[in-house]
Design a protein around this ligand. Structure first.
Ligand SMILES: [Zn+2]
Length: 324
């Protein structure tokens, strides 16, 4: 005898579902499932946050926890100074609740991209605004490399980063007041990590044989250099657009020979030819520094993070500058 499967449900006149033929039951189940999806969509959705550079993305993700989906606007490996947005990026911006960008001229393509929207349609937070940065012509001699322009690479100053994190937390709190306490707590923890990174740099770069960072790349490390008493000598100026001329290279060779410098730093986003040429001319070694704008697909697959890249930079600086 076949075993009977009892489900406790007795089809009868009083039953709606039981009286249905199978296709009708299927349709109702589908309608209920669809209703459930609609109900889920109506519940407070996660904030959608876009960021133009890796540190802003990681800061926002850490502050927001699971209350936001945070992603980079730029694809892996794209350079933030020179990127060209595609039509699909307009759609991504249209769907986001907040766009985090640095400002100070780092993203020259952004004003044009925002023009695709009515004024105020895309909510933005300019990280470099309100940090009290030195104006054009102000500050130390390093400004000369930027020809009077503001240095936008503010995330390479870990104290400025703490203030950026505070601003991100405040903005997320305005967008999602229910998450405010979480954002504040997460921001405080992240600020603690940044203070730890700052302390590690301070300790690690104290008592080095050399203090000049000769950079066969663009001058992204001005804030970092100032903070830890180093001198940045970059061959590209503030943007990798500005190609060094042969006479800049010769001047760098002369400078290194005169100062006894035998270490050249270069960014892995820049072709290594120049750094190799320079290193060969001065009989020196080459070390990689990450500006941290973005990571390549390969670095991403290897789990690269802003903090990890900054720790690699510290190790390269200590090795290259001969620190105790
Ligand atoms: Zn840069």
């Amino acid at each position: 005898m076949m075993p009977q499967i009892r489900d406790g449900f007795k089809p009868g006149r009083g039953s709606i579902i039981g009286g249905m033929r199978a296709p009708a039951r299927f349709l109702l189940a589908a309608a209920l499932a669809a209703a459930a999806v609609t109900a889920a969509a109506a519940a407070p959705a996660k904030l959608r946050v876009l960021a133009t550079v890796l540190p802003l993305k990681e800061f926002a993700a850490e502050v927001a926890g699971d209350r936001a989906e945070v992603s980079l606007l730029l694809p892996p490996g794209a350079g933030v100074h020179t990127w060209q947005p595609r039509p699909g990026d307009i759609a991504r911006l249209a769907e986001c609740d907040l766009l985090l960008f640095i400002g100070s001229g780092l993203e020259p393509w952004l004003p044009g991209l925002l023009k695709a929207f009515p004024p105020g349609r895309v909510r933005t937070l300019e990280a470099a605004a309100g940090l009290g940065l030195p104006g054009p012509g102000g500050g130390g001699g390093e400004e000369a490399h930027g020809h009077g322009a503001l240095d936008p690479h503010v995330w390479l100053d870990f104290e400025l980063d703490q203030r950026i994190v505070e601003r991100i937390a405040a903005e997320l709190g305005r967008l999602d007041p229910a998450g405010e306490a979480l954002f504040t707590a997460n921001a405080a923890r992240l600020a603690g990590r940044l203070r730890g990174l700052d302390a590690a740099y301070r300790r690690g770069l104290d008592g080095c044989r050399g203090r000049t960072v000769v950079l066969a790349g663009h001058g992204a490390f001005g804030y970092l250099a100032r903070r830890y008493g180093l001198v940045q000598m970059s061959l590209y100026g503030l943007s990798p657009d500005a190609q060094p001329r042969p006479r800049d290279l010769m001047a760098a060779v002369d400078f290194c020979r005169a100062e006894g410098i035998t270490t050249v730093f270069f960014e892995n986003s820049v072709a290594p030819d120049l750094s190799r040429t320079l290193a060969r001319e001065i009989g020196g070694r080459v070390f990689v520094l990450h500006s941290g704008h973005n990571v390549t697909r390969e670095q991403q697959a290897g789990g690269a993070s802003f903090f990890g890249l900054m720790e690699e930079n510290l190790a390269a600086l200590r090795d290259g500058l001969g620190c105790r």
